[in-house]
Write a protein that binds this ligand. Structure first.
Ligand code: NZQ
Ligand code: ZN
Length: 388
């Protein structure tokens, strides 16, 4: 086990009727706020009006940037960063899902630099400072509300690239499960697949780790498996929405990582699908993940699959390890494709076989993903072919 630093300073207001704290939290950073949001869902559910009322009450000068798209575009980041400079914005308030929150993070960093914000991704330009960011989360999935990362798409170059930097961490996040009541069953399912993937990317490792963290991750996976079908059938079930929301944050806020150094595998692969086909992140992960697990299963990795199968799906521990492992993969696939009703192949979502070599090369950056098993381009191509 590697030594690690635990430092998650985002203040979280969790639960219903917490928005009356918003004004004071935003005003603590200054007078001029940039309110950014997506395609309009926050207006339909009345959240926009509630937020404007709180900002007005706090005497804030409000500027807006609406229309942040899923798989957020660098163009929105550029527009936001320019607006921040032009209007001398003090604080950004992002209201929405991961796409809006991610875009806001790079607007916040872009406000402090003279170069094109795409250089944060294309040439790893330093992110030393960012405007303070406050978020109101409306979709349980990415964990962007409590992490310092974000992923941005560039349609011109067909790239979707991620970046982590501590200054991007939200200062405050509002997590009210009732604002997720309007999330469709499909987006709820995609969000669940994303949460599960964040856990699986960390859980499936051959590095030695803390038993306590494994138990925590198994509990979170069981939570997603238990509550997602409920939230899909009963969108206003508070217990289900609340459990999914808090799990989305803890799956990726750094806590479960416990100093592990291995690369993630499914995420870099999925980002190439979204980059070209603009598909929903969680859907792409759902298709890839069971195939990745199948590809990486062998005598050196089987123990972790057994642990997963027994502790998460309750498979009989007395069965032979390989039987348990294969059954665990099948149960996961059944959950994603039967219970959540997500499409299970590239073909169904329109991804063409001819793009596989190109996507595989970009996914590993011409090198190797050092995850559960090292994956070079040929391995990723093989996994992608299993998805066809
Ligand atoms: O744009 P609006 O109108 O708000 O509609 C959105 C959008 O169409 C809708 N939605 C959100 N909240 C809603 C709602 N509809 C009804 N009621 C609500 N309360 O849902 C659609 C999808 O929204 P989006 O923000 O794109 O979804 P998600 O939260 O899944 O974010 C996905 C993005 O986050 C990135 C993904 O790659 C993808 O670009 N990720 C960010 C991560 C991070 N920051 O750490 C990690 C993840 O692995 C992921 O890569
Ligand atoms: Zn993800």
């Amino acid at each position: 086990m590697n030594p690690f630093i635990y430092d998650i300073p985002t203040r979280v207001y969790f639960g219903e009727n917490q928005l009356h704290h918003l004004g004071k939290e935003v005003a603590a950073y200054g007078k001029r706020v940039l309110l950014t949001y997506g395609g309009g869902s926050i207006k339909k559910i009345g959240l926009y009006d509630a937020i404007r009322a709180e900002l007005d009450k706090a005497g804030m000068e409000v500027y807006e940037l609406a229309g942040i798209a899923p798989n957020p575009r660098i163009d929105s980041v550029r527009a936001g960063a320019n607006l921040c400079k032009e209007k001398q914005i003090d604080v950004i308030l992002a209201v929405g899902g991961g796409s809006t929150l991610d875009a806001a993070k790079f607007m916040a960093a872009g406000a402090y630099v003279d170069h094109d914000p795409w250089e944060f991704f294309s040439s790893n330009a330093p992110i030393e400072k960012a405007l303070p960011l406050i978020t109101v989360l409306t979709l349980s999935a990415t964990g962007s509300e409590m992490d310092c990362g974000g992923v941005i798409s560039n349609l011109e170059t067909q790239d979707k690239l991620g970046r982590l930097a501590p200054p991007l961490l939200p200062k405050v996040s509002f997590l009210d499960p009732t604002v997720t009541y309007s999330v469709s069953p499909y987006q709820t399912a995609c969000g669940a697949a994303d949460i599960l993937s964040h856990i699986l990317e960390v859980y499936f490792t051959t590095e030695k780790d803390l038993y306590m963290l494994d138990c925590f991750m198994e509990g979170m996976m069981k939570t997603v498996i238990r509550y997602t079908p409920i939230a899909m059938k009963e969108p206003t079930n508070y217990e289900a929405r609340a459990n999914l929301m808090w799990t989305s944050s803890w799956a990726i806020n750094g806590f479960v990582n416990g100093g592990k150094e291995h690369d993630w595998s499914c995420h870099p692969m999925e980002h190439e699908l979204s980059a070209i086909y603009d598909i929903t992140h969680g859907l792409g992960l759902a298709i890839i993940t069971p195939r990745w697990l199948e590809y990486c299963l062998d005598e050196t990795t089987v123990d972790k699959y057994v642990q997963f199968g027994v502790n998460v799906f309750g498979i009989d521990a007395s069965l032979p390890p390989m039987t348990i492992a294969r059954e665990a993969i099948q149960r996961l696939a059944d959950f994603l494709f039967k219970t959540l009703q997500l499409d299970d192949t590239f073909t169904k979502v329109g991804i063409k076989a001819e793009d596989i070599p190109h996507m595989a090369r970009k996914a590993c950056g011409g090198g190797t993903l050092q995850g559960l098993k090292p994956l070079a381009q040929a391995d990723i191509e093989a996994i992608f072919k299993m998805c066809i």
